[in-house]
Design a protein around this ligand. Structure first.
Ligand SMILES: [Zn+2]
Length: 364
């Protein structure tokens, strides 16, 4: 990919409307068919909320690589930018027996309103449970930190939350705390990281898409931001140490920040109900994470936006907290943005090499 910093950072849009329009325009210029799934409700500017998909490569290919943006709404600006780069630069990739399916804006409501979750506060990447969440009884929902997250409404409360988190970390409870807060909960629909009680529209759409391609070997790159050190790219995999995929990941992604969430000390806790869990072979999924700010800043911004979403929706404090959330998850810095595109491209090339290294389906 031969592009300068400004050209790479220009793939970032400033709104969901703009991102969707650019995605559709670039696909049409290439003569590609855009398949649109329309969600209920309207976006922040009254626009339709849709997930749009485009398929690239030889339709006879038995390997399908999904590249998904906007699972966590506001984080979709980075994923959308990566997808625009794919549409622009696809000729530079040697796809061979691999098709790419771009899934633009899996959670368009969150993308449009600068939320991480959807209109019902459902975290799409905790929403894919095989057993109903009523079976999960979490006694930790009244933990002091959870209570503080709930009432973080201003700078003073954010500071209080930060101090509480720092104190827990000093006491060596970072991993337990991370899991407590972020692993996913199914009890309080107004709290952060709520996985929902039924399959969301995004989840249903994703499951239908997997059925459509089920006769193929399915891979996934789900693009996120907000975890890890600023400017660093991370590859998260749920592959177990004993699996062949674990070895493949080490072989093809050895130059990256590779994290196996089941084994390694991780920037992410082990999650429940992820998008990848619905793949026939979940090991074939990777999550890309791009670090933006420290974990405390991210969590405080999430808590603030969530508080105002429930208490002052549409009013100035809510709009300010949503703008702040966007800045936290998608920094304005051109260098950061260009870095996302550059590392994404390297990872994509290696992902395609990994797919090509597998024996063809049906062969001995
Ligand atoms: Zn995310």
């Amino acid at each position: 990919m031969i592009m300068n910093c400004a050209q790479r950072s220009d793939y970032f849009s400033s709104s969901y409307v703009e991102a969707r329009s650019r995605f559709n325009s670039k696909a049409q210029v290439r003569g590609l068919v855009v398949t649109t799934y329309t969600f209920a409700g309207k976006g922040v500017a009254g626009e339709a909320l849709t997930a749009d998909t485009v398929e690239l490569g030889d339709p006879r290919s038995s390997n399908v690589l999904f590249i998904v943006s906007g699972t966590h709404g506001v984080e979709g600006f980075a994923g959308s930018a990566c997808q625009l780069a794919v549409l622009d630069q696809i000729d530079a990739l040697k796809l061979g027996n691999c098709r790419i399916v771009l899934v633009h804006a899996l959670n368009p409501f969150g993308f449009s309103y600068f939320r991480r979750s959807n209109e019902y506060n459902v975290d799409i990447n905790r929403n894919f449970l095989t057993s109903r969440p009523t079976a999960i009884i979490d006694k930790n929902r009244e933990h002091a930190v959870i209570r503080q997250l709930r009432k973080t409404s201003n700078g003073y409360q954010s500071l209080k939350l930060s101090l509480m988190l720092v104190w827990q970390i000093i006491q060596g409870k970072k991993a337990a705390l991370q899991s407590l807060i972020t692993a996913g909960q199914y009890e309080n629909e107004r709290d952060l990281f709520f996985g929902g009680t039924t399959a969301s529209a995004s989840a249903q759409f994703w499951q239908d898409l997997l059925v459509k391609y089920q006769s193929n070997s399915l891979y996934l790159m789900d693009i996120h931001t907000g975890l890890g050190k600023r400017g660093q790219a991370y590859i998260l995999s749920e592959a177990q140490k004993s699996s062949a995929q674990y070895q493949d990941n080490h072989r093809f992604f050895k130059h990256c920040n590779l994290v196996h969430t089941a084994n390694d000390v991780s920037i992410s806790s082990q999650l429940r109900g992820t998008l990848s869990s619905r793949l026939p072979e979940p090991d074939k999924a990777i999550t890309l994470e791009y670090g933006t700010r420290g974990g405390l800043s991210v969590l405080c911004a999430l808590a603030l936006e969530n508080y105002h979403y429930w208490h002052n929706r549409g009013e100035q404090p809510h709009r300010q907290s949503a703008d702040r959330l966007k800045e936290i998850f998608i920094p304005q810095s051109r260098r950061w943005r260009a870095g996302v595109i550059e590392s994404f491209w390297q990872i994509l090339e290696r992902q395609i090499q990994l797919i090509h290294s597998k024996p063809k389906q049906g062969s001995l």
